[in-house]
Ligand binder design. Structure first.
Ligand code: NAG
Ligand code: NAG
Ligand code: NAG
Ligand code: NAG
Ligand code: NAG
Ligand code: NAG
Ligand code: NAG
Ligand code: NAG
Ligand code: NAG
Ligand code: NAG
Ligand code: NAG
Ligand code: NAG
Length: 852
């Protein structure tokens, strides 16, 4: 009987444990529940918090994020990732009483500015510790190295605010011998990589960690390694093993962007037969790709962009599973005919070959690329027509064929998901296809520098997300659609150099974001639309070379960021004088030349050119006016300086120009111009100016080009002007100047043409002698000195041009993602983008916005 009772009791307690009684008994230990509640108290808890379930009257083992050892009731796992915790907890926190924790995840919270407590080192049972993206800062304590049972350690940071004391990284690797995964992305490690790695390591993330020195080859021989990410460590020198890597069989993903690799890709890569991702972007790699690489038949993502690799592109078809292929900024050549081989890449989503030396046409008989979304072949030597299969791609998102030799028409697009289309700088003709104006996701449309014809349909305004509309340098005709001014997101409107006619009736509505408006080089008539005043972000307005007939649009002074105003070659008329105070505080280039302006030079205008009163630069980084290169748009600009029309790919903020030439201005040259010390070019020629040249102009000591020709200026050339040591071009011809031409410095370089048509001028270089002994010292000037100065002048011109030309493409991965990223719709492919790069772009973008 007693035996039966015992069995019954045992059975009961067993069942009880199984189910019935679990709600009755408190698994959770009191002290542990208390510790958790105290921890919770450190943070404000709102109605959506996951910690709401942390309630005394409920068993703590069933609280959100808490797991207990069922036998002992001890809390062994605390997973508070993305719990919205904001605030701080210190070394005295009850968290550290949970001494049996095996897994602790505090990632993606906001403990802004909190140091990582050395107390973490006392949680000696930990196998998993994740403190990523939670705004911890400061030194990572050496005590973390005590956690010798760790399998996983993640402390990746989103800023550079976490760092290691020297040697602590080494200590960590030495002691954590069980590690499977180590992730310290964006922690400032600033050390060499020591030799000791846990042999269990499968995943190693050390991107952007300021590592330097030589990467030990042993890393490539970790026999379990599957994932290695050392991106953005430019001082880390990487030598790949030339023999078979011990990790060959396991290796699946290798990311080595921007490390110091140099040299060729060794044959040994051919052994990494499991490799799915190989990214060796910007690693200074050169020569051709080893044949052994074609063994890597499992590759899905190959990025060899921004190196010096060469060889024919046709071999790449051997990678049958490719989804992402990025080879931009290399020296690959050959033709694209391999795209039409039978074994087509049905998986391919991303085809990226910009800035290589590809030739010939894109083959027309390509099929099966149903998944292709990105086609980026810009800046090559491709020619022929754009084949219809490209236009038929059902999921095409981004098409960049710019800067090639394509001819023929732009066909109708099948895709409804276009995000960016750039075919600028080709020889395309025909109308703008209707299907382009029917896209709800189009952010960039760049068709400039082709031979497109027809009108701009007003349905273009249906592109409500458009940021950049660049239709410049085509043969478009008709009028400018009225509705363009209502496009509330458009930053850039470039319709320059077409045959557009009629008046600009466009009504620019309040709240728009225009930064650049270029309508120059058309046949536009009438007045400058008053509604431009609604474009409060405007930096560049170019209405030059039209037939506009208006008085000076002085009301533009209300645009606080206006930097370039170009009205040249129109029929503007009347005086510019105005009694109210002008505020063109940011203006850098004002070009009113070749119009019918009259009256005195506008002193009150000059007075308010605040930006011209500063000589910035010389040191520091160069800045450009309305630099839109990151919106794919080249903000090129024609400036007239030194007697030449120069097209600058972008305009330095220091390139300060006043051009009031070819008008009917009269009166004296106001000496206040001398306050505009940043001036590089001053052109007042072909007016009716009288009086003397103000001696104060010698203050313009960065002035490079001064043209006062064809006026009625009298008196002598002030001797002080000889101190203008940057002056490269001087034109004082056709005035009534008299006396001796100043000597020395730049004045020794000017020729007759600078002075001709002034009967009263004497001295070198004119044949009329200035008399006396003044001419003699010139002859004794050591000729070496002259030469030196000449050379200096030359080299400065060269470097200036080099800067203008040094306008690289750099970013292979589309910059276009920024907007997708900023708007909250992350497409699936976004997660595959290089987050580091995006981060930089977004930061830059924010900076740009903030400035406005
Ligand atoms: C805990 O839960 C009980 C019953 O569900 C509820 O009445 C009480 O308000 C909760 N306490 C807190 C602090 O949320
Ligand atoms: C814990 O330490 C912090 C700062 O070191 C202090 O402000 C706080 O009062 C301490 N809390 C307790 C309960 O001792
Ligand atoms: C915490 O939970 C998330 C899912 O909610 C999981 O992805 C993560 O791996 C967990 N952390 C740890 C350290 O186990
Ligand atoms: C290394 O780990 C052991 C425990 O395994 C510990 O006693 C020792 O203090 C650790 N060393 C450092 C430097 O943290
Ligand atoms: C990283 O830390 C080192 C010193 O440890 C410091 O010199 C360097 O400026 C830091 N780098 C960054 C980007 O914070
Ligand atoms: C660390 O590397 C040294 C040689 O550099 C070796 O002697 C030592 O055994 C290694 N330690 C561990 C734990 O692997
Ligand atoms: C890159 O590696 C080369 C040796 O291959 C070395 O001479 C050079 O200094 C390294 N550059 C940097 C920035 O470490
Ligand atoms: C590769 O692994 C083998 C066997 O595990 C070992 O003997 C050899 O030393 C390893 N080679 C390297 C370079 O680490
Ligand atoms: C890789 O390909 C080369 C020839 O291209 C061949 O000799 C070699 O055996 C292959 N290696 C592997 C591991 O398949
Ligand atoms: C394309 O360019 C090649 C030279 O690269 C030339 O032989 C061919 O005639 C061109 N085709 C067209 C249609 O312009
Ligand atoms: C485009 O806008 C016009 C009005 O300007 C409207 O009638 C038309 O339906 C719109 N088309 C699309 C596709 O939204
Ligand atoms: C500015 O835009 C509003 C509509 O947003 C318009 O009513 C107003 O006329 C515009 N201002 C000027 C000066 O045209």
């Amino acid at each position: 009987m007693g035996y039966v009772k015992l069995v019954f009791l045992m059975l009961f307690s067993f069942l009880c444990q199984l189910a019935f009684c679990s709600s009755l008994s408190h698994l959770c230990l009191k002290d542990q529940a208390l510790a958790l509640l105290q921890f919770k108290q450190m943070f404000p808890i709102d109605a959506y918090s996951k910690l709401l379930s942390w309630n005394k009257s409920i068993d703590c083992c069933s609280w959100n994020g808490v797991h207990c050892n069922e036998a002992t009731g001890q809390v062994i796992e605390l997973n508070l990732t993305r719990c919205g915790l904001r605030g701080k907890f210190h070394s005295n926190s009850s968290l550290f009483k949970l001494s049996n924790l095996k897994r602790l995840d505090l990632s993606e919270n906001d403990f802004s500015g909190l140091l990582i407590s050395p107390k973490f080192g006392e949680l000696s049972s930990l196998t998993h510790l994740d403190l990523s993206y939670s705004s911890f800062t400061g030194l990572i304590p050496a005590e973390i190295s005590r956690l010798s049972k760790l399998h996983l350690l993640r402390i990746k940071s989103s800023s550079d605010s976490l760092r290691f004391r020297p040697h602590n990284f080494e200590l960590l690797l030495k002691n954590l011998t069980q590690l499977r995964e180590l992730n310290l992305d964006s922690v400032n490690i600033s050390s060499t990589i020591p030799l000791n790695f846990s042999s269990y390591l499968t995943t190693l993330h050390l991107a952007d960690t300021q590592l330097y020195g030589m990467l030990p080859e042993s890393v490539f021989h970790l026999s379990n390694l599957e994932f290695l990410d050392l991106r953005h460590n430019p001082k880390l020198t990487v030598r790949f093993p030339t023999t078979k890597w011990n990790s060959s069989a396991s290796f699946m993903e290798l990311y080595l962007y921007s490390v110091n690799a140099t040299g060729r890709i060794p044959e040994s890569f051919g052994h990494l037969t499991s490799l799915r991702t190989l990214e060796l972007y910007s690693c200074s790699l050169s020569e051709s790709i080893p044949k052994s690489l074609w063994n890597l038949t499992n590759i899905e993502d190959l990025n060899l962009g921004d190196n010096h690799l060469e060889g024919p592109i046709s071999d790449f078809f051997r990678f049958g599973k490719l989804r992402w292929l990025s080879l931009g900024n290399n020296n690959f050549d050959g033709q694209l005919e391999f795209l039409s081989f039978n074994r087509s890449w049905t998986q391919l989503e991303f085809l990226d070959f910009p800035s290589n030396s590809l030739t010939g046409p894109i083959p027309s008989n390509v099929s099966g690329m149903q998944n292709l979304q990105w086609v980026r072949l810009s800046t090559n030597h491709l020619n022929g027509t754009i084949p219809s299969w490209i236009f038929s791609l059902p999921s095409l998102t981004d098409l960049d064929l710019s800067d090639n030799h394509f001819s023929g028409k732009i066909l109708e697009f099948k895709s409804q998901t276009l995000f960016s289309v750039s075919v600028k700088q080709n020889q395309l003709e025909g109308p703008i296809p209707k299907s382009l104006l029917n896209q709800s996701e189009l952010y960039y449309l760049l068709l400039s520098h082709n031979n497109l014809s027809g009108q701009i349909a007003s349905t273009i305004c249906n592109l409500t997300k458009l940021l950049v509309l660049d239709l410049g340098s085509n043969n478009l005709e008709g009028t400018i659609p009225l509705c363009l001014g209502e496009m509330s997101r458009l930053l850039i409107l470039d319709l320059s150099n077409n045959s557009l006619s009629g008046t600009i009736n466009t009504n620019f509505s309040i709240g728009n974001r225009f930064i650049v408006i270029k309508l120059d080089g058309n046949k536009l008539e009438g007045k400058v639309p008053q509604s431009l005043i609604n474009c409060t972000d405007l930096e560049v307005v170019d209405l030059g070379n039209n037939e506009l007939s208006d008085t000076f649009p002085k009301w533009l002074r209300a645009l606080p960021y206006l930097k370039i105003l170009r009205l040249r070659s129109n029929k503007f008329f009347g005086p510019i004088k105005d009694s109210s105070t002008y505020k063109f505080a940011q203006i850098r280039i004002i070009d009113l030349s070749s119009n019918g302006f009259t009256g005195d030079l506008p002193v009150n205008l000059f007075e308010n050119f605040e930006a011209m009163k500063i000589i910035s630069e010389k040191s520091g980084t160069r800045k450009y006016v309305a630099d839109m290169s990151f919106f794919y748009y080249t903000n090129s600009f024609i400036v007239t300086t030194k007697g030449l029309d120069l097209e600058l790919p972008r305009v330095l903020t220091t390139n300060i120009i006043i051009d009031l030439s070819r008008n009917r201005f009269e009166g004296n040259i106001p000496s206040i111009i001398a306050d505009l010390v940043g001036l590089r070019t001053l052109n007042l020629s072909h007016n009716r100016l009288e009086g003397h040249i103000p001696a104060s102009l010698h203050q313009l000591y960065v002035l490079e080009s001064l043209d006062l020709s064809s006026n009625k200026i009298i008196g002598e050339i002030p001797q002080q002007l000889a101190s203008l040591k940057s002056l490269e071009v001087l034109n004082l011809s056709h005035n009534h100047l008299v006396g001796c031409i100043p000597k020395g410095k730049q004045f020794d370089t000017f020729e007759n043409s600078s002075y001709q048509g002034n009967d009263g001028l004497r001295g070198l270089p004119l044949s009329k002698d200035c008399g006396g002994d003044e001419g003699v010292p010139q002859a004794t000037t050591p000729s070496g000195l002259d030469q030196e100065e000449e050379e200096e002048g030359d080299s400065s011109i060269i470097s200036w041009q080099a800067v203008l030309m040094g306008y690289g493409c750099g970013l292979v991965i589309g910059l276009s993602i920024i907007y997708i990223m900023l708007s909250t719709q992350y497409p699936a492919w976004f997660s595959r983008m290089d987050v580091q790069l995006e981060h930089k772009i977004v930061t830059r973008m924010k900076r740009y916005k903030k400035r406005n």
